[in-house]
Design a protein around this ligand. Structure first.
Ligand SMILES: O=C1O[C@H](COP(=O)(O)O)[C@@H](O)[C@H](O)[C@H]1O
Length: 230
């Protein structure tokens, strides 16, 4: 439980050190179990990391990759996290990795939950590596504090792996891993850049209100390594 922080002079130094660390964990996972699992987040922050990872040597065909959350849009949409992963991570040396999408062609995300959960059940769990991001409202994955589904998403006893989320402060319906599904990870990283995100995290950790922010709900229940650069 709690946060340990690795601070870097710039984003490029962060990306290189972070890629080293992820590769090291995945290599050990493959050596031990034959396969390893990597759960990534979407949004803009991880793009340089995805590009760097794609250039690194690893037995990528033995790595299963999925997302912590997905916007409920077709892969052809510019906001699709699947598209982001395919265009930036599943390239070069990492093109042989096995990607498990959370998205399916149902009109409503709630109709795609069973399919997403069935697909995820094929991955080795606990996940070897989970990389979370965070929005300026303290959301992580697509556990949005503004959404009606937040209590279900943060419940440790819901029995849910995935849930459909409708944020009020961001576009698109989402599918997100639940808090217990996120916590089912051996190594949890939070990847943030910029002073604003750092301030949001510090504020969330001070917990001014009765309700925990989603990112704090993770940090309060598992060891999390913050990878931060200005
Ligand atoms: O909507 C999302 O936002 C967060 C943060 O994204 P960023 O663009 O500020 O890096 C992201 O972690 C999440 O996966 C994504 O769907």
């Amino acid at each position: 439980m709690g946060l340990s922080t690795q601070t870097f002079t710039d984003k490029s130094a962060l990306v290189k050190a972070f890629a080293d660390e992820i590769l090291n964990i995945l290599e050990k996972g493959i050596a031990k179990s034959g396969r390893a699992s990597l759960v990534v987040s979407g949004g803009s922050t991880p793009v340089p990391l995805f590009k760097e990872l794609s250039l690194r040597d690893l037995a990528w065909s033995k790595v299963d990759i999925t997302l912590a959350d997905e916007r409920w849009v077709d892969e052809s949409h510019a906001d699709s996290n699947t598209r982001l992963v395919k265009e930036n991570l599943l390239q070069n040396k990492a093109s042989s990795a096995h990607f498990v999408s959370l998205y399916s062609h149902h009109s409503d995300a709630s109709e795609g939950i069973a399919e997403a959960e069935a697909r995820l059940s094929s991955l080795s769990q606990p996940f070897d590596v989970l990389i979370l991001g965070m929005g300026e409202d303290g959301h992580t994955a697509s556990l949005f504090p503004c959404s009606e589904q937040i209590d279900e998403g943060l419940s440790l006893s819901s029995g849910r792996v995935c849930l459909a989320v409708q944020p009020n402060t961001a576009p698109h319906q989402r599918i997100s891993l639940s808090l217990p599904a996120l916590l089912n990870s051996k190594n949890i990283f939070l990847h943030l850049t910029g002073d604003k995100k750092k301030a949001v995290l510090q504020d969330a950790m001070q917990n001014h209100t009765e309700r925990e922010k989603p990112i704090t709900a993770v940090v309060n229940r598992a060891p999390v390594t913050l990878m931060w650069a200005p």
